[in-house]
Structures are given as C-alpha cells and as structure tokens.
Design a protein around this ligand. Structure first.
Ligand code: IPE
Ligand code: IPE
Ligand code: MG
Length: 235
C-alpha cells in the first residue's frame, strides 16, 4: 500500500543549541531561530493540508537543564504564543498543548488555556504542542485516570482495552502519527509519544532545527511516500 501523504506528522525539533554555538551565538539566539522555524513549518504543513501536527517543544527531562536556559525557554514560549496566536487563529488552526502543565508558570498556563479556548472551533490544522511532555508521564497519567474511573464505577475493568488507554493519553482520539521527523542528527525518541508511535515511520535528518525548511520537509514527505506500511501483516 502506497502512502501519498501522512495525516499526522510529529516532529522532534532538536539542534537549536548546536546551531547557535556553530555561529558563536547564545543558546537563546538558537531557540529564537527555532521558534521562527516552527512558525514556518506550521504554515507549510497547513498549506499541505496535513490534518495533524505535533511539535515537541520541551520535554519533562528538559527541566534538568540550567535554570537560566529553562527560564529563557519559558519566556520564549510566552512571547511566541502572544505574537502568533492571532495569526494561527485566522489561519483556522486548532491548537492544543500536551504535557504536564503543573510546573509551568501561571502566566504561561493562562496563555495556553486562552489559546486553546480561542481556537477550539477551528477546523483547519490540528496543532499539538508538547510542552513539559514526557511519554512515560503521559502513560502513567493515563493509567491513573483509568484507575480513578474504575474506582468510581464509571468503567468496568474487564472492558479496558487498547482504545481505553489511547483515549486517556494526551493525544486522545487523534490518529497515531504516520511520520515522525527528528532533526539534529540523533537517532532516538527522547521520551516522545512512546505509545502512539508503535507503527510510525521514522525520518531522521542531520540538519539542525533552525535550518529545517520546506525542502527538508518535502524530503521527509518523499521518504514517507516510498514506505510500504505493513503493520505486521503481509502486503
Ligand atoms: C531543541 O534544541 C530544543 C529543546 C530541547 C528545548 P536543543 O536545545 O536540544 O539543541 P541542542 O541539541 O543542544 O543542539
Ligand atoms: C528532545 O531533545 C526534546 C525536544 C526537542 C523538546 P533533547 O535535546 O532534549 O534530547 P536528548 O537530550 O538529545 O535526548
Ligand atoms: Mg538537543
């Protein structure tokens, strides 16, 4: 079976720091450029009529970075949301955040909630931004949710199946990613969407996130279109 176009693309946007240090610039400079790339890619994905895009912006493990870098990333998230939300909304993008919001500042949490509310009825691109996200946290959180529902007699434990867990995960009933792109040269998943990428096609690209562009994205789509997805069965 040939896949013309993925319905859901997920991206691990890696390499901002190295891109900046190659230019003898601060990591902040790299992250700022990375935010611009993210904005451009959202447009490109939208134009390509791909229905779902999930961007990995900050992992649960990224909290272990130096305080200075964490706080500059947090202010960049606030700044980017403030600057981009109106345009995203007018482009009919529906934005949702996935991850553990608890440790984020009240200010950022409010911006995230407002952005979600503002775009909830939009029918164009479904954009998920993974912020303070870790797949192990996601799975654990889903299990806790299921246990609560069983305890409160809203769910019969004998009825728990793969769909039950999927629906309790952060991506809910969104389709699994068809294509996962990781920039920055590392060939690993770094705790992103472990459950949802069981049969996802993986595209690793050496280019650093700030230099990822339409051409690289079209290389990824081209790679995807040549895959034979068998899902374990004989085709
Ligand atoms: C990705 O770029 C952005 C985040 C993880 C927040 P990095 O900051 O990881 O950049 P490198 O990998 O150090 O180059
Ligand atoms: C993965 O990049 C997380 C994000 C892009 C948000 P990292 O730079 O944190 O991953 P590792 O440390 O190389 O695995
Ligand atoms: Mg990195």
């Amino acid at each position: 079976m040939k896949n013309i176009k993925p319905d859901h693309v997920a991206i691990i946007m890696d390499g901002n720091g190295r891109w900046a240090s190659n230019r003898k610039k601060s990591r902040r400079y790299g992250h700022k450029k990375g935010a611009t790339t993210a904005k451009n890619i959202v447009k490109i994905v939208s134009t390509n009529k791909i229905k779902y895009l999930t961007l990995y912006a900050f992992s649960t493990e990224n909290w272990d970075r130096p305080t200075k870098e964490v706080s500059l990333l947090m202010s960049l998230f606030i700044e980017t949301l403030e600057n981009e939300i109106d345009e995203l909304n007018s482009n009919n993008v529906k934005i949702r955040f996935i991850g553990d919001r608890e440790n984020l500042s009240k200010k950022l949490q409010d911006k995230m909630e407002n952005a979600e509310k503002m775009t909830i009825d939009n029918t164009g691109l479904n954009l998920f931004v993974a912020l303070a996200y870790g797949a192990r946290w996601d799975i654990l959180n889903a299990i806790k949710g299921i246990v609560t529902r069983v305890k409160e007699n809203q769910l019969d434990e004998l009825e728990i199946d793969e769909n039950t867990l999927s629906n309790h995960l952060q991506l809910g009933n969104a389709p699994d990613p068809d294509l996962l792109i990781r920039t920055g040269g590392e060939k690993r998943i770094s705790n992103f969407l472990l459950w949802n990428i069981a049969y996802t096609e993986l595209f690793f690209c050496d280019c650093l996130w700030p230099e990822f562009n339409e051409e690289e994205f079209s290389n990824a789509l081209d790679f995807y279109s040549k895959r034979k997805r068998r899902f374990g069965s004989f085709v």
